[in-house]
Design a protein around this ligand. Structure first.
Ligand SMILES: Nc1ncnc2c1ncn2[C@@H]1O[C@H](COP(=O)(O)OP(=O)(O)OP(=O)(O)O)[C@@H](O)[C@H]1O
Length: 311
């Protein structure tokens, strides 16, 4: 398939970053649309409970009240990504970011348009396969096997994964005894044990302490240096600026802008102001600082966030 024009889906008119355009693209999305079909069980009779009513209508196959609703989550999105790029996907709640990323990771099929991947894509996060009542050690095995590693590869990488997760003796304890930060570190360590050609990160970096974030950032840089392409959803402007060299702004399922992270994040912020995601991240930062450095440090941080004219 011929590569579509790089600016084809980015009516924002922003300069696109100077990626390694002499290299073959890693991802080409051409007029990509993704629609969910949601079964809606229709109206419930007054004299029946919800479950019975839905079941009856299902079994009777009556068309009355039973419907399929379509949700167009991603609409006519086109872009070309290159190895070594780290691309932030910005957008409000429900704008289609996760759907786009899940499609890139091969988890949701496109409804129309074309998606071409040069290499293996992996969604960061092995949540679905890990078993909370089993130990970290067992979960490393389970997660790595699920990612297609051979037992020999797991043996060879095991110590590195455990060291990256930095959970000490907890490795022998069930995962449900971990703090959220420990669990996040373990998941991240497992997920990045093999370097995929295309890494898809959906909010994984919003958990964990500052130190872990730094290590996670370094690990993502390493992946990029090994010629991987990274896509990540982030609502945090500083993460976007420090970790990404390109940003896609998805609004109502459409690609509104595609360009350097600064200008795209600037446009986004101008349209939506301080979106509540930013504040959610800030609250999380404040809580973390309280735990790690105490109240006084958290107060300093809050002062930094204080809007002009005060609270
Ligand atoms: N599995 C699903 N079945 C039906 N509709 C879905 C499904 N997943 C998402 N949607 C719908 O698709 C649209 C896009 O959702 P998506 O999760 O991709 O947005 P998002 O930008 O990632 O949102 P958020 O920032 O809240 O995570 C929304 O209207 C959502 O309700």
């Amino acid at each position: 398939m011929a590569a579509p024009d790089r600016d084809g889906g980015a009516p924002g008119g922003l300069d696109t970053p100077g990626a390694a355009q002499d290299r073959a693209p890693s991802v080409i999305a051409s007029h990509l649309s993704i629609t969910y079909r949601v079964f809606s069980p229709g109206r419930q009779r007054d004299d029946e409970d919800e479950e019975t009513s839905a079941l009856k209508r299902l079994l009777s196959r009556s068309s009355q009240g039973v419907g399929v609703r379509e949700v167009e989550a991603v609409k006519d999105v086109s872009f070309v990504a290159y190895p070594g790029e780290s691309i932030a996907v910005l957008g409000r709640n429900g704008s289609g970011k996760s759907t786009l990323l899940r499609t890139i990771a091969g988890l949701v099929p496109p409804t129309s348009g074309r998606l071409w991947l040069n290499g293996r894509a992996a969604l960061l996060g092995v949540n679905g396969v890990l078993i909370a009542k089993l130990s970290g050690r067992r979960n490393i095995w389970i997660g790595c096997l699920a990612m297609g590693m051979t037992p020999e590869e797991i043996e060879a990488k095991f110590d590195d994964i455990a060291a990256f997760a930095d959970i000490g003796e907890f490795i022998e304890m069930p995962m449900n005894s971990y703090s959220s930060g420990m669990a996040a570190r373990l998941r991240f360590a497992i997920s990045t044990a093999v370097v995929p050609d295309i890494l898809v990160v959906d909010e994984a970096l919003s958990t964990g302490d500052t130190q872990f974030r730094d290590r996670a950032t370094a690990r993502i840089k390493e992946i990029r240096q090994q010629a991987g392409t990274v896509f990540m959803v982030s609502h945090n402007p500083s993460t976007i600026q420090s970790m990404c060299d390109r940003a896609l702004w998805i609004d109502g399922g459409r690609l509104l802008a595609d360009g350097l992270p600064g200008p795209v994040a600037g446009l986004y912020t101008r349209k939506y102001g301080e979106h509540r995601h930013v504040w959610r991240e800030r609250y999380a930062d404040v809580h973390r600082v309280i735990e790690e450095q105490g109240l006084e440090a958290a107060r300093d941080l809050l002062r930094k966030y204080e809007p002009e004219g005060g609270w």
